[in-house]
Design a protein around this ligand. Structure first.
Ligand code: ZN
Ligand code: ZN
Length: 100
């Protein structure tokens, strides 16, 4: 199941995270950042082997969930907006049709 894979992945990522005062650091290479999600993405991208994350909207496979998020934003967000606009128009057309 994909859920347990993600749980294992999070466990692996968390096991490589260290805390140094206000900063987070990567136990594998010593990289430091103040942003926890940055260090998690760093670990996921550089130190964790995963089968990859397939985009639900196309067949593209990203190495990390973070890059999948940006793939979706970059490739599908415009499409998503267009779809919403189309849906609105379709609804308007539908109400015109039912009124007539
Ligand atoms: Zn590292
Ligand atoms: Zn995609």
């Amino acid at each position: 199941m994909s859920i347990s894979v993600t749980d294992d992945l999070d466990k692996m990522i968390n096991s490589l995270l260290g805390r140094s005062g206000p900063a987070w650091f990567c136990k594998a290479c010593g990289k430091e950042t103040f942003n926890k999600s940055n260090i998690k993405n760093h670990v996921e991208a550089h130190h964790v082997e995963s089968a990859g994350f397939a985009c639900s909207q196309c067949s593209f496979v990203c190495k990390t969930r973070y890059s999948l998020y940006f793939h979706k934003k970059r490739i599908h967000e415009k499409k998503y907006k267009d779809t919403r606009r189309k849906k609105k128009k379709t609804l308007a057309e539908a109400s015109e049709l039912s009124a007539a």
